[in-house]
Design a protein around this ligand. Structure first.
Ligand code: SAM
Ligand code: SF4
Ligand code: SF4
Length: 320
């Protein structure tokens, strides 16, 4: 059975040719959660961008194949998200909406599906309400709301990806989390390697031993009708003995090579997660459709070295 998603296909080929095919849009940097690991750039800085403005920008990039709406919690600007998704659908551009799923309901899910959203991507790190509530310091009923919304997404036949951050808090629990993902009716599980960012002091990333054990365990217990995407592990997958197989993918990192991040104030970043370097601003002369023919200096420097904090964390220079 093949479950590879249209949205993910960009990450399944080596990004040898640099071209702007993916745009991540920080529709808003506000959020109703306060996760300590959060990678959002300048989080809660109040910056946001309207749906019609994003549509205008998208129309100026002829090479675009996919758009990811992320933040912040973008469902705080639900109608803007809907407008962007519907426009992308009309142009054959794949879309993903990254959300904590706490602000969804049946009506909102159905409208996203009807607008043609390619997939909904939901953070999922805990297997019960008590652990969830203790970690996030949020009321346990929010966990029930999130799991109910996950079920509603699958029932609505909206392609659903649950994403688990592999970090200190989840590293001894990954198999149980994988089982819970399955129990919720979701067949696509993304494992996001945790990244230390230079714009945050958070550093509870997974240990090398736990990462190896978790990946091996998840692959060994994978069911035939599920797909696993391991993200931010491609630079060292081979060195750790990980192998792709049908339904198991070590996604290629496309950040800076095929994908850039647009912040609500027009800033263009290489990657919000690990490279929040502002390489330009669309309101100050940066033209996205020409970004790879007239590369800004920080982008040139990034492409010359292709630094990766995920690799550096597991293979410190002293041990290489
Ligand atoms: C910043 S959140 C925005 C979308 C939504 N609010 C959510 O939490 O899913 C986007 C994704 O970034 C991931 N993320 C956050 N902090 C991270 C970190 N330090 N390392 C790796 N991924 C991280 C989260 O797991 C989440 O799936
Ligand atoms: S829910 Fe998402 S955007 Fe909000 S704080 Fe958590 S990781 Fe950051
Ligand atoms: S460069 Fe950044 S986004 Fe790419 S794999 Fe490394 S940590 Fe992940």
């Amino acid at each position: 059975m093949t479950w590879e998603t249209k949205y993910k296909s960009l990450e399944l080929q080596k990004p040898d040719v640099y071209e702007l095919e993916g745009l991540e849009v920080g529709v808003t940097s506000n959020c109703n959660f306060k996760c300590d690991y959060c990678c959002a750039y300048q989080r809660n800085d109040g910056q946001s961008i309207s749906g019609s403005e994003v549509v205008r920008i998208i129309d100026e990039i002829p090479t675009l194949k996919r758009v990811r709406l992320s933040g912040g919690e973008v469902t705080l600007k639900y109608e803007d998200c809907l407008e962007i998704v519907a426009h992308c659908t009309s142009k054959g551009i794949a879309t993903q909406l990254n959300t904590n799923a706490s602000l969804l309901n049946a009506g909102r899910i159905e409208r996203l599906r009807d607008a043609g959203l390619t997939n909904i991507h939901i953070s999922f790190n805990f297997t019960n309400a008590e652990q969830f509530a203790a970690y996030y310091r949020i009321h346990p009923r929010i966990y029930e709301k999130i799991t109910e919304n996950i079920r509603l997404c699958t029932e609505a036949k909206l392609e659903t990806v649950l994403e688990t951050l592999l970090f200190a808090e989840t590293q001894n629990n990954m198999r149980e989390i994988g089982d819970k993902v399955y129990e919720l009716g979701v067949r696509i599980h993304e494992i996001q390697n945790s990244i230390v960012m230079n714009h945050s002091s958070w550093d509870a990333i997974a240990s090398r031993e736990a990462l190896i054990r978790s990946v091996q365990e998840l692959i060994a217990h994978k069911k035939d009708d599920t797909v696993l995407y391991f993200t931010c592990m491609d630079r060292f997958a081979e060195a750790l003995g990980f192998r792709e197989q049908p339904g198991v993918y070590f996604s290629h990192c496309v950040d800076g090579k095929k994908q850039l991040h647009l912040h609500g104030n027009g800033d263009i970043l290489i990657c919000e997660l690990c490279r929040p370097v502002v390489i330009g601003n669309i309101y100050e002369g940066t033209v996205l459709k020409n970004i790879y023919t007239h590369k800004p200096e920080p982008l040139k420097q990034f492409l010359a070295k292709l630094p990766c904090p995920a690799y550096d964390a597991l293979f410190p220079s002293s041990q290489r």
